[in-house]
Design a binder for this molecule. Structure first.
Ligand SMILES: Nc1ncnc2c1ncn2[C@@H]1O[C@H](COP(=O)(O)OP(=O)(O)OP(=O)(O)O)[C@@H](O)[C@H]1O
Length: 305
C-alpha cells in the first residue's frame, strides 16, 4: 500500500464556544479524496490546520510525510490551496495573479509566465486571462483560483468548496477539472463539499465529518454497494402502471419510485429479470428507457448513522 498523503492523530480544534474538530484520526491515501460534511462540520478548519494557518488545540498531523509542527514551510511549498471565499483582487488579470503567485512559490519570472499560461489554459481561461478578474463570472473565478493552486506543480492540492455558488453546468466543469488534476496530472486532491452527491462522482475515497468527528472514511466504491434492487424506466401510455402490474403478476415485487419502477430481488423467479423486463415491455408496446442497478449513495450513510 502507498503511504498516505495526510495523516492526523487525535486532531482537535477548540474555538472556545465551538469544538470544530473533535479527536480526528484519519489516514488519507493518494488520489482524489472527497471531504464531505454539512456547513460547520469542520472541513475548512481541517484544511487550515493542514496548511499551518490555524494551530490545533491538540493532536498531530503530517502532510506528504512531513510533520506539521516541524515542517510547515516545506509542506506549504509542496501543497496548493483553493480557499473557500473570494480572494481575487478585482483589478488584476488572472495572468498577472497566477504569475505573481508562481513567483512567490519560488519560480523564476520566465518559468512562472510559462507555467501560468499553461495552467490557465488547462482550466479554460486561455482567452480571458488578460482581463481583470473583477469582471469574471463565479465559475471563471473558481477556475482562476484552481490555476493558482496548481501553478507551482504541487504534490497535493486542498480545494475548499470549489463548486460553491456555481450553476449546474459550471459545477460539472469544475468537477471535471478536479478529476483531471487528480487523475491526469497525478496531483493528490482533498476536495470539500457540503453537497454529498457530487463528490462520489470524482473521488476515489470519501471522508465524512459530522460536527468535527469522523463519521466514516472509505473508498468511494464501498458507498456504492449494489443493493440488489433494479430500477426500470418505461415510456408509453400509462406505462408505469401497466409494466408494474405485469411484473407483479410474474412474481416480481415492484414499487414506484419517482418516475421509475423499483424491482426488488425475486429469488423464486425462473427467468432472468432483465429478460423478463425486456420481453414484457415488448409485449405491452412500451419503450424501455433503462434498466439499472440501484446503488447506495453517500446520502444514505447519513441516513443510516
Ligand atoms: N475563527 C473561528 N472562531 C470561532 N469559531 C470558528 C472559527 N472558525 C470556524 N469556527 C466554527 O467552527 C465550526 C467549524 O467551521 P468550519 O468552517 O471548519 O466548517 P466547514 O465544515 O468548513 O463549514 P463551511 O462549509 O460552512 O465553511 C463552525 O461552527 C464555525 O462556526
Amino acid at each position: 500500500m502507498q503511504p498516505g498523503v495526510i495523516q492526523t492523530a487525535g486532531l482537535t480544534k477548540d474555538y472556545g464556544a465551538v469544538l470544530a474538530l473533535d479527536d480526528l484520526t484519519i489516514d488519507i491515501a493518494p488520489g482524489i479524496t472527497g471531504l464531505v460534511g454539512a456547513n460547520g462540520a469542520g472541513k475548512s478548519t481541517l484544511i487550515k490546520i493542514l496548511l499551518g494557518l490555524v494551530a490545533p488545540t491538540s493532536g498531530t498531523a503530517s502532510v506528504l510525510g512531513l510533520d506539521l509542527a516541524a515542517d510547515a514551510p516545506a509542506i506549504r511549498a509542496r501543497v496548493g490551496y483553493l480557499p473557500e471565499h473570494d480572494c481575487l483582487p478585482p483589478d488584476v488579470s488572472a495572468s498577472d495573479f497566477v504569475v505573481h503567485l508562481g513567483m512567490m512559490s519560488g519560480l523564476p519570472r520566465v518559468a512562472a509566465r510559462e507555467r501560468a499560461a499553461e495552467v490557465l489554459r488547462h482550466v479554460g481561461l486561455a482567452e480571458e486571462r488578460y482581463r481583470p478578474m473583477g469582471g469574471y463570472s463565479t465559475g471563471m473565478k473558481q477556475r482562476a483560483k484552481l490555476a493558482q493552486a496548481i501553478v507551482h506543480d504541487p504534490r497535493l492540492v486542498l480545494l475548499d468548496e470549489p463548486t460553491n455558488g456555481l450553476d449546474p453546468a459550471a459545477r460539472d466543469d469544475m468537477l471535471g477539472l478536479v478529476q483531471r488534476v487528480g487523475h491526469d496530472f497525478g496531483i493528490s486532491v482533498l476536495v470539500t463539499s457540503h453537497l454529498l452527491g457530487e463528490l462520489e462522482r470524482v473521488s476515489d475515497h470519501v471522508v465524512i465529518l459530522d460536527s468535527g468527528r469522523l463519521l466514516r472514511a472509505s473508498e468511494t466504491s464501498e458507498f456504492l454497494d449494489v443493493t440488489g434492487t433494479l430500477l426500470v424506466e418505461v415510456l408509453g401510455d400509462d406505462a408505469q402502471a401497466r409494466m408494474g402490474q405485469a411484473l407483479l403478476a410474474a412474481g416480481v415485487p415492484v414499487q414506484r419510485r419517482g418516475g421509475l419502477l423499483a424491482l426488488e430481488p425475486a429469488p423464486d423467479l425462473t427467468v432472468d429479470v432483465h429478460d423478463l423486463v425486456r420481453d414484457t415491455a415488448l409485449e405491452l408496446g412500451l419503450g424501455l428507457v433503462r434498466i439499472q442497478a440501484d446503488h447506495r449513495r453517500i446520502e444514505d450513510v447519513f441516513a443510516d448513522a
